[in-house]
Design a binder for this molecule. Structure first.
Ligand SMILES: [Zn+2]
Length: 90
């Protein structure tokens, strides 16, 4: 009977281990699926696009958020209207 008891204890042990693994796996899969990315921050969308160098201050600005100005047929990108005005003043 000792052997049978050990066998049952082993089965219970395996069942408990499997239960723990399944529970943990389910928890993690739920956490992954329900963890939908929050509304992407404004910076992420604004940062989209090519980076262009502001000719006035040298800052790199994304074409999505830059201040654009056509200069001699070329589209210039500025980090701010201040830089754009400085460019024209120069
Ligand atoms: Zn600038």
């Amino acid at each position: 009977m000792r052997g049978l008891f050990r066998f049952i204890a082993l089965l219970v042990f395996i069942a408990v281990i499997r239960y723990v693994i399944v529970t943990v796996a389910r928890f993690f899969s739920q956490a992954m699926s329900s963890d939908a990315p929050p509304d992407s921050p404004a910076g992420a969308t604004a940062a989209r696009g090519e980076l262009k160098k502001d000719p006035v201050c040298g800052t790199f600005v994304s074409t999505g958020s830059s201040v654009k100005q056509m200069v001699n047929g070329e589209l210039m990108h500025f980090c701010s209207t201040t830089c754009r005005d400085k460019f024209h003043a120069a």
